[in-house]
Design a protein around this ligand. Structure first.
Ligand code: DQA
Length: 147
């Protein structure tokens, strides 16, 4: 099985960026952890981060072509307004789990809307970095269900 861990804008500075909201762990550490979790579960985890909407869309298309089994995706602020990313997810067959480190519903009102949610397999919100781990397990279960 192969899964994609996809992170959007500003998540490259995880660990430095508003640590009171997002914690002290870096993106490299998070990616390492999820790749290791994949190995423990006989799965490959590919990682990608971009600050650019189009690059994230290209990656979603590429994942679809490669027949990836599931995508763990934190779209960052694009969550709240990127119809282009939403359309990309709607157009692929792979289940996508939307992850947010912070509890977006306890923050500014512009964060309360997700244009991604209607096309995501599910959302994991406000649980910190463990959300990525939970998403991995959920996608693995979904894949087992399809086998
Ligand atoms: C975020 C929440 C978004 O509102 C914000 O723009 C981010 C991170 C989160 O993981 O909590 O960049 O997706």
């Amino acid at each position: 099985n192969t899964f994609l861990l996809l992170n959007g804008p500003n998540l490259n500075v995880l660990g430095e960026r508003e640590p009171s909201v997002y914690g002290n762990t870096t993106l490299a550490q998070l990616e390492e952890e999820i790749v290791a979790l994949g190995k423990l579960n006989e799965s490959e985890v590919i990682t990608f981060q971009s600050n650019h909407e189009g690059e994230l869309i290209d990656k979603l298309h590429e994942a679809n072509k490669l027949g990836i089994d599931g995508i763990i995706f934190n779209p960052g602020a694009f969550t709240h307004y990127s119809y282009a990313i939403r359309d990309a997810i709607a157009g692929i067959k792979i289940p996508v789990i939307e992850v947010h480190i912070s509890n977006v519903h306890a923050r500014e009102s512009f964060r309360h809307t997700s244009v991604i949610a209607p096309v995501a397999a599910g959302q994991i919100i406000g649980l910190g970095l463990i959300g990525y781990t939970l998403a991995f397990h959920a996608l693995r279960d979904m894949k087992k269900g399809r086998d």
